[in-house]
Design a protein around this ligand. Structure first.
Ligand SMILES: [Zn+2]
Length: 444
């Protein structure tokens, strides 16, 4: 039974806010309101007045109630390389990531890591994700099974990689196609799962494999695509050298039929105006990964240029290049990336990109991303502070944006009180994390 009336300070978005307007009216803030979750796991209503006695109640006075965050780019097999020292992208792959990914060939290990990973997302306040497992079919099976068991919106697919990787991480075109078809038949559209055709990035797939990937998409409408794009200058040079006929790195994906409205491209730092026009015309979206970009020293994403071109920008933690599954920490890094480039982005633009904006970019705007009636109740209750210092900062906030921007800058997993997925509580502080105080809701 998921029927519940949840009281707190509700915040979501009714439209796309400008990047740099703290008073943008697209934010909807409803303090002390009741969010009604029905037995179907969907939001039944939002109201200021307490509901009738037939509603079980849970009150969180002063706490924030937000739509669950959507992480549009993250690697389930890379928890083991979080915070790995000393390298840029291509060396980081070779020295840290590829060895860790090889362990996912073992189905038992893949199952343990998938559970740890998805529960880690819930503990961080993220309820939906677009995820890379590894090249191994078993890693995708394990991830989908874990996502199904948790009732979550999960988009994933076996990684395609038939060259420029260790032998143990390479597939081949025919075998990869068989695995993809099996996985699509078994998982795509089951529960809240969807399949994404997942070439790791252009340099690790042959032309024949990219053509196979494009063929899968053409034959089966409704699939997603996820891959990496223009993260690092050495990578861009390498991709261009491997595909000399393409106009740009992005153009490689276009030539193989991989660009469309269900395509999510991680990073997209080193693009030109023609690339951005192509992204817009295709309806493809970018997963901006600021924490990863800062940690690996990849570059500063030009968010205003993407916005000006009408390209949807979402946000990915990109663990393990990124250093945290926490979306507030990732969004705070998003602000810093723009600041380093002399630009500013508001709390509203950041929060929108990780909720409603991500949902719309994935074609899931009717399912997730806001607190509107009819949406699936992927809902997270957040503390406004986790220390006396933060509480002091919140107490002197000048206005709503000041309070929320400071919160976003300082918040992390410690602030997550409760995470619900389709109305079912999947995380409660104190129950899953022994080191934290239990969450108590006031008697209503
Ligand atoms: Zn990545």
């Amino acid at each position: 039974m998921t029927r519940l009336a949840l009281q707190g300070d509700l915040l979501d978005f009714t439209a796309t806010p400008a990047l740099d307007d703290p008073s943008d009216p697209a934010v909807r803030y409803r303090p002390g309101h009741w969010l009604l979750i029905g037995d179907d796991g969907r939001i039944a209503g939002v109201q200021a007045e307490p509901p009738g006695p037939d509603w079980p109640r849970e009150c969180h006075p002063g706490r924030l109630v937000l739509p669950g965050f959507v992480d549009t780019h993250v690697h389930s097999a890379q928890l083991d390389v979080l915070g790995a020292y000393g390298t840029a992208l291509l060396d980081w792959l070779a020295h840290h990531t590829f060895p860790a990914e090889q362990r996912m060939a073992d189905p038992a290990h893949a199952a343990r890591m998938s559970a740890l990973f998805l529960d880690g997302l819930f503990a961080a306040g993220t309820t939906a994700a677009m995820v890379f497992p590894t090249v191994h079919k078993a890693s995708a099976e394990a991830l989908f099974a874990a996502g199904l068991a948790r009732g979550m919106r999960l988009i994933a697919g076996k990684v395609l990689m038939d060259r420029h990787a260790p032998e143990a991480l390479r597939d081949d075109v025919a075998g990869a196609e068989r695995d993809c078809v099996d996985l699509i038949d078994r998982w795509h559209g089951r529960g809240r799962l969807a399949y994404a055709v997942t070439p790791r990035f252009a340099p690790t797939s042959s032309e024949a494999q990219l053509a196979m990937a494009g063929g899968l998409l053409a034959a089966r409408p409704g699939l997603y695509v996820q891959t990496h794009l223009a993260e690092n200058t050495d990578e861009v040079r390498w991709a261009r050298a491997l595909f000399p006929a393409a106009r740009s790195y992005l153009d490689i994906y276009r030539r193989f039929g991989l660009l469309g409205p269900r395509t999510m491209l991680a990073h997209g730092i080193w693009l030109d105006d023609d690339d951005r026009r192509l992204l817009h015309d295709a309806g493809a979206a970018i997963a901006h990964c600021p924490s990863s970009n800062l940690f690996l020293g990849s570059g500063l994403f030009d968010w205003p240029a993407a916005r000006a071109a009408g390209v949807a920008v979402t946000v990915g933690s990109d663990v393990g290049g990124g250093t945290s599954l926490s979306m507030p920490r990732t969004l705070a890094d998003g602000y810093k990336v723009q600041a380093l480039a002399g630009r500013r982005v508001t709390a509203w633009a950041l929060l929108h990109a990780a909720t409603r904006g991500a949902a719309e970019a994935l074609g899931l705007g009717a399912e997730i991303g806001t607190l509107a009636p009819g949406q699936v109740a992927d809902v997270v209750v957040w503390d406004r502070s986790a220390s006396p210092v933060e509480a002091r900062r919140q107490s002197v906030a000048r206005d709503l944006h000041d309070a929320m921007f400071a919160w976003l800058t300082l918040a992390d997993e410690r602030h997550v009180a409760s995470t619900r997925v389709a109305g079912v509580e999947r995380f409660r502080r104190g129950h899953s994390l022994q080191t934290h105080a239990d969450v108590s809701a006031d008697p209503c």
